[in-house]
Design a protein around this ligand. Structure first.
Ligand SMILES: Cc1cc2nc3c(=O)[nH]c(=O)nc-3n(C[C@H](O)[C@H](O)[C@H](O)COP(=O)(O)OP(=O)(O)OC[C@H]3O[C@@H](n4cnc5c(N)ncnc54)[C@H](O)[C@@H]3O)c2cc1C
Length: 467
């Protein structure tokens, strides 16, 4: 007679952002019990656009097929407007589309009266490399609608510490700001850029909590959604309808269209290299400072940007937040886990957003972690003891690629902001284009199916050695 299946370990997910809720869907489909602790009183996301590359879109297939369906219905397919384009975005290794991803413009060039604004070069989303954007808040609502949040999420629970058991036995303790405690067999930190779990992990890895804090990248960004009519007024329908990146000295501006239900917007993000290189933090969780349209205009005017760029900034809201861009470039983790604590998503690899891929890599993380859990369950080995093996296998497969994004993203911004001397020589535009293409290919071309197969193989080998 075969023995009954072992009870699966209970996980605590810290944070209820995009990573956590998406992971929750996958864990639920595998029957893994888990509870989510979120500091805010409800689900919160920005009213801003979120670019999803083909790697992100394909990862959704391995996480939850319902997400693919909703993504197809709600995403704005930039440069891939046909239904065929959507399929191409999702199909692995199928060559085809040759639509535009981003048009790169010289932000300091002023076209003559009646002259068209022309890009310096165009990065194509060819060979299966489409691109789409979702509205952040709307996407979080989609996830919140699929996860049983009443059952799963403890809102208003800020985690202040996580305590590993002294030996290999015992439960992990989660200490909360309201003075209460919770326990779990394992903890997955999905608590974003300012992750508390990363700090706990850094200490467990012998490097001290301070090193687990993210650092200021020396750049900030103004972000807002411009109502479509105003955007068209500023730059015309054709320019507003494609993704555009205006390059220039120490600044760049990115725009792409995004839909929220029946409303259309232009997502605008204006990036600035901060001369002071110091972000005046107002508190431990503060990444934003209040700012105005005049501040943004001043920053771009002073750097010599053209009227077209200034025109776009003039149609933004009077009040705009200014975001300090933080990442872990200077303080990478030497491991994504210790014992039965691990980090995933921005908690593991918070990055600046210059490859438009932070969330996409979070989706890849989840596809891989889900495959590892699935294999351990299939082998009837997902015990409390085996959690560390799952976490170690995740670290083995994801850390190098995730940290690449962090480093490469910083460099991408310096490239767009004409800060890398080797790209400032005459005729270096072709070289710049090739450089961007090669790096985007590394983001988009990721074979999620192969990574999932590799994860299962790796897990099965680990568990075979595990008597
Ligand atoms: C300006 C900008 C533009 C971007 N654009 C793109 C893009 O186009 N494409 C892309 O793929 N990515 C983009 N990104 C990156 C993307 O936003 C992130 O990678 C993604 O949101 C990370 O999700 P997450 O769930 O891991 O973290 P978060 O979204 O930060 O969620 C963390 C959650 O944890 C909670 N939390 C934090 N601390 C605690 C605690 N101690 N206790 C309990 N709860 C806690 C928070 O309240 C939050 O709900 C961009 C980022 C920025 C800054």
């Amino acid at each position: 007679m075969s023995s009954p299946p072992l009870p699966l370990p209970h996980l605590a997910l810290i944070g209820a952002g995009i990573t956590s809720l998406t992971l929750s869907l996958r864990l639920t489909s595998l029957g893994i019990p888990h509870t989510i602790y979120e500091q805010s009183p409800s689900l919160t996301e920005l009213g801003a656009g979120l670019g999803f590359g083909p790697n992100a879109a394909r990862a959704l297939e391995y996480i939850d097929p319902r997400l693919v369906e909703i993504f197809n219905q709600t995403a704005t397919f930039v440069g891939t407007p046909s239904p065929q384009g959507k399929e191409l975005l999702l199909q692995e290794g199928k060559a085809g589309d040759d639509k535009i991803w981003i048009e790169f413009l010289d932000g300091t060039k002023q076209p003559e009266e009646g002259e068209e604004l022309k890009p310096e070069f165009v990065i194509r989303a060819g060979n299966n490399k489409g691109h789409a954007a979702v509205h952040r808040g709307a996407w979080l609502d989609v996830l919140g609608g699929l996860v049983d949040t009443r059952e799963r999420v403890r809102f208003g629970k800020r985690v202040v510490d996580v305590v590993l058991p002294a030996g290999s036995k015992g439960r992990v303790k989660i200490l909360l700001a309201d003075g209460t405690e919770a326990e779990a067999d394992g903890v997955v930190g999905c608590d974003g850029v300012k992750s508390k779990v990363r700090q706990v992990l850094m200490e467990a890895l012998g490097e001290g909590r301070e090193k687990g804090k993210c650092g200021y990248s020396g750049k900030y960004a103004y972000r807002c959604l411009v109502p479509w009519g105003k955007a068209v007024e500023a730059v015309g329908e054709d320019r507003a309808g494609v993704s555009s990146l205006w390059m220039g000295p120490n600044r760049h501006l990115l725009t792409f269209p995004v839909d929220k239900q029946d409303e259309k917007f232009l997502n605008l993000v204006a990036f600035v290299t901060d001369e002071s290189q110091v972000w005046p933090e107002r508190g431990p969780a503060s990444l934003t400072l209040p700012a105005t349209k005049a501040d943004a205009l001043g920053d771009f005017e002073q750097a010599g940007f053209s009227d077209s760029v200034l025109q776009l900034l003039k149609v933004t809201n009077e009040k705009m937040d200014k975001w300090g861009l933080y990442d872990v470039a200077d303080r990478p983790l030497s491991k994504f886990y210790s014992g039965r604590i691990m980090v995933i998503g921005d908690a593991a690899h918070a990055s600046t957003p210059h490859h438009g891929s932070g969330a996409g890599f979070c989706m890849e993380d989840i596809a891989v972690l889900g495959a590892l859990f699935e294999e351990a369950i299939a082998r009837q080995r997902l015990t409390v003891d085996a959690l560390e093996d799952v976490f170690a296998a995740f670290d083995n497969q994801r850390r190098e690629r995730d940290q690449w994004l962090v480093n490469s993203s910083r460099r991408a911004a310096d490239l767009y902001q004409w800060r890398i001397p080797e790209f400032l020589k005459p005729n270096s535009l072709e070289k710049m284009k090739a450089d961007i293409e090669q790096r985007q290919e590394f983001c988009w071309g990721f074979n999620v199916g192969a990574a999932v197969r590799e994860a299962k193989k790796h897990m099965s080998e680990r568990l075979a050695a595990y008597k």
